[in-house]
Ligand binder design. Structure first.
Ligand SMILES: [Zn+2]
Length: 174
């Protein structure tokens, strides 16, 4: 039975487990306010190829939810807490973040993790555009894991979280 939460999407991310810079980027992404090439291209003639995969146009939905580079990062984050992350469309993600979890703490941790993923995808995109340097999803995962582990400590341990997830795997609609 789906349990509805009465908050807008960005408020799901606005919790004590998440990190401010991640929350802010997630908020911009969810309102399509990040200056993706699709948006900049409405006003300027630019090459709008995705710099992470070089094989599609950079729209919000492509960059964060369909790009192979981004999917690899999200999958690594999901594997870390043994949660299958296979929601490759924005609408699926939003539904999942909103309604996927009944337990509040678990919900907060997953929302914090998703916000960290979104933030780091945007940072990697900017790194490649503005500094011409590139990192792999695996390299970014190591950094995100370190940052979130530090954040979650004192909240609750990842081991505890894993055990709860195994006992109660998410059933999200596709
Ligand atoms: Zn791409």
């Amino acid at each position: 039975m789906e349990q509805r939460l009465a908050f807008p999407l960005h408020k799901q991310i606005w919790n004590s487990a998440s990190i401010a810079k991640h929350r802010f980027t997630f908020w911009l992404m969810s309102h399509n306010r990040l200056r993706t090439k699709e948006i900049v291209g409405r006003f300027q003639d630019i090459d709008n190829t995705c710099i992470l995969c070089n094989c599609a146009n950079e729209t919000r939905d492509h960059l964060f939810f369909m790009c192979e580079w981004s999917k690899q990062l999200i999958e690594l984050l999901g594997n870390w807490i043994r949660l299958e992350m296979r929601f490759f469309r924005y609408t699926n993600w939003t539904r999942w973040i909103r309604y996927g979890f009944r337990d509040k703490k678990r919900h907060q941790v997953v929302a914090a993790m998703v916000a960290a993923g979104i933030y780091n995808i945007w940072m990697e995109r900017n790194r490649r555009i503005f500094t011409n340097q590139a990192k792999s999803p695996q390299q970014i995962f190591v950094l995100v894991k370190k940052e979130l582990s530090y954040r979650f400590n004192g909240y609750f341990s990842i081991d505890t979280l894993n055990n709860v997830f195994i006992a109660d795997r998410v059933q999200a609609e596709l």
